[in-house]
Design a protein around this ligand. Structure first.
Ligand SMILES: NC(=O)c1ccc[n+]([C@@H]2O[C@H](COP(=O)([O-])OP(=O)(O)OC[C@H]3O[C@@H](n4cnc5c(N)ncnc54)[C@H](OP(=O)(O)O)[C@@H]3O)[C@@H](O)[C@H]2O)c1
Length: 372
């Protein structure tokens, strides 16, 4: 009878995997060497040289604790090693959800962080991500973080000037092209349309998109719709039993649960052939203003009324007004194929279930904000 054994340490180099059997219950002095063949998306162990080993083992990626297979000497049953995905903004919302989505399918992650001692970075390490320390200002650290990775997920912080956003977004894509990355995924914005607006901060993402499309780079662009998280932020009236947002009550808004971005992006890395070259809007649910009222009333267990921002507020805030008009008849109004979303990510959440699950704490905080 073959017995499964857990191997705790495996040394992985670009061409070889060494499996020390120490502590495995096999022969303590024995090690096995595998020669690796690099395919488009994965490293395959193609040859197995194991001295008289008659037991089976579980192989693990050293960086990510990723199970790569079982073998029963002399026959290799299954052994694939995926090269990691470099995730930028890994301590943030989107990057964090991509790390989660990739780790869920046991894909190794290299997380690019500004401060390795930050609790969010420590949590990433505990989730078996490899941590690389760097900053968007330092192109050398970004380039070296791209060494030997399969893919890159690029998302930029929201607080950049338009010039910096374009500078960093194009630089990251250039470095990925130079590093001959297999699959590059850039998270853009759903308000991006086909035409530039002439307003630099609205045009930064479409300019980065255009730059990526012109590069010799296999890329997918995702455009997430408005985050569900945005509805439970301060200033939207929930503590006073009101929800104020950007649509008229009988119009609909498409919302994305940030967790779904990570699951969809992970599915895209898995199926590069299908998603290469595509630009895809991402959403989890579509609801009208009237539905927002009933869904929030049910989730809060008290009446919540829905209203659109007043015309005065919109007139005084260019960004809100831009989004409101985009939701009315611009890019944010274009229907996302929710059936396709469910097909790519069968766990896609509705707003109702998000408010009961991942969004519950934020909803409670929003309802009680300002109350002792
Ligand atoms: N669809 C929507 O409703 C919606 C809503 C909000 C934002 N967005 C878009 O989403 C994007 C922002 O993504 P997000 O919400 O995931 O961002 P986020 O949660 O604010 O996270 C930003 C990430 O970038 C990192 N970062 C900031 N400055 C950096 C630097 N100089 N070098 C390296 N890393 C740096 C942060 O690291 P630290 O943890 O060290 O700060 C963090 O990991 C923007 O493009 C924004 O326009 C969309």
């Amino acid at each position: 009878m073959f017995k499964r054994q857990m191997i705790k340490t495996v040394h992985l180099s670009p061409s070889r995997v060494q499996i020390p059997f120490k502590g495995s219950g096999l022969n303590d002095d024995m090690s096995a060497w595998f020669s690796l063949r690099r395919s488009d998306t994965e490293l395959f162990i193609s040859y197995l040289f194991v001295p008289e080993v008659k037991k089976s083992a579980v192989l693990r990626n050293p960086n990510a604790g990723f199970r790569i297979g079982y073998f029963h000497y002399p026959r290799l049953i299954m052994a694939t090693v995926r090269r990691p995905i470099l995730v930028l903004g890994a301590t943030g919302r989107q990057g964090g959800s991509v790390v989660k989505g990739l780790r869920k399918i046991q894909w190794p992650v290299r997380a690019f962080v500004r401060d390795p001692s930050d609790p969010a970075s420590i949590a990433l390490r505990e989730a078996s991500a490899e941590i690389v320390h760097g900053s968007l200002e330092d192109s050398d650290t970004i380039a070296s973080a791209m060494k030997d990775v399969h893919g890159v997920f690029s998302v930029l912080p929201a607080n950049l000037s338009a010039d910096d956003e374009v500078r960093y977004g194009t630089l990251i894509a250039d470095l990925a092209a130079e590093s001959q990355i297999d699959h590059f995924i850039y998270s853009s914005g759903a308000s991006v349309g086909d035409k530039l607006t002439g307003i630099p901060r609205f045009d930064a993402k479409p300019r980065i998109e255009a730059h990526i499309r012109a590069l010799p780079l296999t890329a997918t662009i995702v455009r997430p719709m408005i985050f569900m998280e945005m509805l439970v932020r301060p200033g939207f009236g929930l503590e006073e039993g009101r929800l104020i947002s950007l649509i008229r009550p009988d119009h609909s808004i498409q919302l994305t649960a940030v967790d779904d971005i990570g699951k969809i992006v992970a599915a895209m890395f898995v199926d590069k052939a299908r998603f290469a070259g595509l630009t895809l809007k991402i959403a989890s649910d579509r609801v009208t203003g009237h539905e927002l009222e009933s869904i929030f009333t049910e989730a809060a267990d008290k009446p919540i009324t829905y209203a659109r921002f007043s015309d005065d507020v919109l007139a005084a805030n260019g960004d809100l007004a831009h989004m409101a008009s985009s939701l009315e008849d611009g890019p944010l109004a274009e229907h996302v194929d929710l059936k396709l979303m469910r097909e790519i990510n069968p766990e896609v959440v509705s707003l109702r279930s998000w408010l009961r699950g991942a969004g519950r704490t934020q909803l409670k905080e929003a309802l009680h904000r300002g109350k002792v």
